[in-house]
Design a protein around this ligand. Structure first.
Ligand SMILES: NC(=O)c1ccc[n+]([C@@H]2O[C@H](COP(=O)([O-])OP(=O)(O)OC[C@H]3O[C@@H](n4cnc5c(N)ncnc54)[C@H](OP(=O)(O)O)[C@@H]3O)[C@@H](O)[C@H]2O)c1
Length: 265
């Protein structure tokens, strides 16, 4: 178990840093003293964040990249290492999804969800993990989703991509722990960010809408999980009781999940 309590002098690469959770986490990590690489497609947003970090006395490098493009991802990871010297912490956060029925979801976008959420994560991890193992130290943070542990209706492609992330992270954690690389899998529930466009908000189950959490609180929970050397974080924590219910009372749990997530339209 490798606790990450002190970010001073460390370097971090955060994908999906232009918005929401990634933006706040990048800001928080930079404020804690790490030099950060900021990855996403929207350059103005990355530049603005880098400026904000620099204004606060930190160091940040914007790296424009579509994480779903293998060549771009591998080149960007290389550029980050060149610019920052090494990467101590990789946060695989870039991602998107929809609340949409399988029958209404076009195949192209379903493929893209998998490419961005899963393959993007795979590319950056593949590029940066070997040097961490060589140094005998590193942290990989996977921003998956509660939908990576429980698959609700209306989220087929998204839940599949997040289950893939959780599987990758869990298996990898076992393989690299003894080499000094720590893996933290984060499974957030509904968090108030631009992830929820009007369509998603309208289709979000009422129970999730009522319990929406703030991204600042999630970011603090991630920092705390890293400091304690935790391997898994589900946030808000009450969602984890669903994993237990799913394992111990699968039929009951499935009925509840169906009732709350299947739409009539
Ligand atoms: N909000 C929630 O309720 C929630 C719950 C569970 C898990 N999550 C996960 O948390 C992560 C962050 O989501 P968020 O809520 O912060 O949403 P967000 O505000 O929409 O941010 C998504 C980030 O991902 C980046 N991104 C999307 N596609 C990309 C691509 N092809 N290449 C590079 N970057 C890309 C976006 O940047 P650009 O548009 O600039 O490329 C943006 O910075 C996602 O993986 C999401 O699945 C969110």
């Amino acid at each position: 178990m490798a606790r990450l309590e002190d970010f001073m002098g460390r370097t971090a690469l955060i994908t999906g840093a232009s918005s929401g959770i990634g933006r706040l986490l990048a800001l928080r990590i930079a404020t804690a003293g790490a030099r950060v690489g900021l990855v996403s497609r929207r350059e103005p947003e990355l530049e603005a964040l880098a400026e904000e970090i620099r204004a606060g006395g930190g160091e940040a490098i914007p790296l424009v990249c579509d994480v779903a493009d293998r060549q771009q991802a591998l080149t960007t990871a290389k550029k980050a290492v060149e610019a920052l010297g090494r990467i101590d912490v990789l946060v695989n956060n870039a991602g998107y999804g929809h609340h949409r029925r399988f029958l209404d979801w076009d195949l192209e976008d379903m493929e893209r969800v998998m490419r961005v959420n899963f393959l993007g994560t795979l590319y950056f991890t593949k590029a940066l993990l070997p040097a961490m193992v060589e140094r005998g130290r590193g942290w990989l943070v996977f921003i998956a989703s509660a939908a990576g542990r429980i698959a609700p209706a209306d989220e087929t492609a998204y839940a599949a991509s997040k289950h893939a992330m959780v599987g990758l992270a869990g298996s990898l954690s076992l393989e690299v722990e003894d080499a000094g690389v720590h893996v933290l899998t984060v499974c957030p529930g509904a968090i108030r960010t631009p992830f929820f466009d009007d369509e998603a908000l309208a289709r979000l189950p009422a129970v999730a809408r009522r319990q929406m959490a703030e991204p600042e609180d999630l970011v603090e929970a991630i920092m705390d999980a890293l400091a304690r050397g935790k391997r898994e974080l589900t946030f808000p924590r009450w969602i984890a009781s669903g994993y237990v219910a799913q394992a111990l009372a699968p039929s009951f749990f499935r009925r509840q999940l169906k009732k709350h997530t299947v739409k009539d339209d």
